[in-house]
Every structure is written in C-alpha cells, then in structure tokens.
Design a protein around this ligand. Sequence first.
Ligand code: NAG
Ligand code: NAG
Ligand code: CA
Length: 184
Amino acid sequence: MPDYTVLTIALLACLVVNSTSYDKYTIEFYPGNRNNVTMNTEPFMKINDSYYYFGMHAVNWYVAYEKCRVLKSELVTFETAEEFEAIVNYLTVRGEKRDFWTSGNDLGFEGLFNWFTTGQGITISKWAPRQPDNYQGKENCMHMGYVWPDSTEYQLNDRPCTDYFIPYICEAPAQETISLVVWK
Ligand SMILES: *[C@@H]1O[C@H](CO)[C@@H](O)[C@H](O)[C@H]1NC(C)=O
Ligand SMILES: *[C@@H]1O[C@H](CO)[C@@H](O)[C@H](O)[C@H]1NC(C)=O
Ligand SMILES: [Ca+2]
C-alpha cells in the first residue's frame, strides 16, 4: 500500500504541474468531410452524404454480409426514412426493381427485427403490407424490394436468410474529420 500512496502523490503532483501549462495539442472531431478533401471512395458511391456499394451478385444474406465485410463495410441500415427514400430514389430513377438485402433480421428473437449493424430496432415504417410474415416459419432476414406482384414501390419484407439469393447494398462507415491544432 505505501507504494500506491507514493504513486498517487506523484501523479497528483504531476497533474498540478501540468495544469499550469497550456495544451500542446488540441484535437477536434467533426462529422463528415468538413474540408471537402478529394478522396478515392471506390467502390462506394455517395448518396445524400453516405456511401454505398450495390453488390449485384445474387447471394444469400450471410454471403452478402461477408461481401460487405471484405469491403470494410456492412449491409445497409436505414436509421431514418430519409435515408431509405434516398436509396429508393437512386434505384427508382435507374428503373431498378430487384430485391436487395439490408442488415435487418430477427435471428436473435423471432418477431423482433433489429438492424444487425447497430442492434437497434427498425424505426422506419416501410414494411410492405402484411409483412413481416415469417412465411412458413422460415423468414428471418430483411430485404427491400417490390414485395407483392402489385407493389408499386420499394418496401421491406422478410425472406429466408440462407435459401434466398438476391443482390445486396453495403454501407461504408460514416466519415469524420479530425482537426489537430499544435503549438509548434
Ligand atoms: C465544402 O462543400 C460544401 C458544399 O458544397 C460547402 O458548403 C462548404 O463551405 C465547403 N467547405 C469548405 C471548407 O470548402
Ligand atoms: C438527405 O438527408 C437529409 C438529412 O437526413 C434529409 O433531410 C433529406 O431529405 C435527404 N435528401 C434526400 C434526397 O433524400
Ligand atoms: Ca415475408
């Protein structure tokens, strides 16, 4: 115990001494690319301030997740209706109607869908009518698509994670600008 006392006093002394001098470095964090630095973002493309990759190979949900991880990203998560609409708009103006995997699933608790990237619940109200229905008790992974034959827009639906093969959307991590001020 005496050793700890000495150490504590030494640390306290240190703090007192340091508190009389300015910080040599000051670091600040800002969301996004604050200084508009030119970047190579391949293979991701920017859609309304986030970066996405559209994987057009038809794969099951797990393989889709692995494909995104290889790109140091994850299957897409729609935290806001605006983000969902931005992606829907991007696909719609290109005449796209295929299904795409998202990160959503209820593999943890049947009937409780969460975004796998964040562990948060699905807060956007974009499920297709009568979905999720866990059809034949086999559907635990969420995709976006023209779910019913008479669907007129992209909506969300649950499908089998392993026995259903569709393209997928990866979302890159958010960017952050770090500003470092130094007294030189
Ligand atoms: C970066 O671009 C945005 C949007 O064009 C602009 O509002 C902002 O002033 C720019 N920032 C810098 C540091 O040039
Ligand atoms: C882009 O994102 C902002 C902020 O989330 C949102 O208000 C806006 O509606 C989005 N724009 C489009 C085209 O989705
Ligand atoms: Ca379903």
